[in-house]
Ligand binder design. Structure first.
Ligand SMILES: [Fe+2]
Ligand SMILES: [Fe+2]
Length: 169
């Protein structure tokens, strides 16, 4: 960007990352709603509801990315969202999946922020840094959940008792 240029549009490359990010937030939301469904069906309602809340939080993130693209007068593209594999059957699996999702989400936003900075799109950079700050809380929450689960272990007999006193976030 030359001195005196207006802010202009988001670069094509960064816009493509925004479109992928929007789809990834929807994917996160689908993962968490699938966990909600699984936990509800085995009677772990309190933990299930925590994941329902996380699922809705991911839609809020999606909306923030879209609102930012709107502010910059660019058009989003709706990309297909990956289906969610049914790979979890213990609270430990779920905790790991949750932590992995949040860490990879942070990594993706970080790569977007680097791209924005390298291309001197400081407005996008600023927005992305705000989103990275939010990720700090998201990661901490996931790690707290994982810590709690590591105390419960893999014995389903302990899950119900854990569920009954569960409170987080
Ligand atoms: Fe998110
Ligand atoms: Fe998240």
């Amino acid at each position: 960007m030359e001195e005196g240029d207006s802010l202009g549009l988001i670069s094509e490359e960064l816009l493509s990352l925004f479109n992928q990010k929007i789809a990834l937030e929807v994917y996160n939301s689908q993962v968490y709603i699938k966990i909600y469904n699984y936990l509800s069906n085995i009677g772990l309602d309190k933990i299930a509801n925590f994941f329902k809340k996380q699922s809705m939080g991911e839609i809020d993130h999606r909306n923030k990315f879209i609102e930012y693209v709107n502010e910059r007068n660019c058009a989003i593209e709706i990309l297909p969202v990956n289906s969610v594999e049914d790979t979890f059957n213990t609270l430990k699996n779920i905790a790991q999946l949750y932590v992995d999702r949040e860490i990879s989400t942070t990594a993706f936003i970080k790569s977007m922020a680097f791209n924005a900075f390298e291309n001197e799109d400081l407005i996008s950079y600023n927005f992305l840094m705000i989103m990275i700050n939010e990720q700090q809380e998201e990661e901490n929450l996931a790690l707290s959940f994982q810590d709690m689960i590591s105390n419960v272990g893999d014995n389903p007999n302990c899950w119900q008792i854990f569920n009954n006193t569960f409170s987080l976030g």
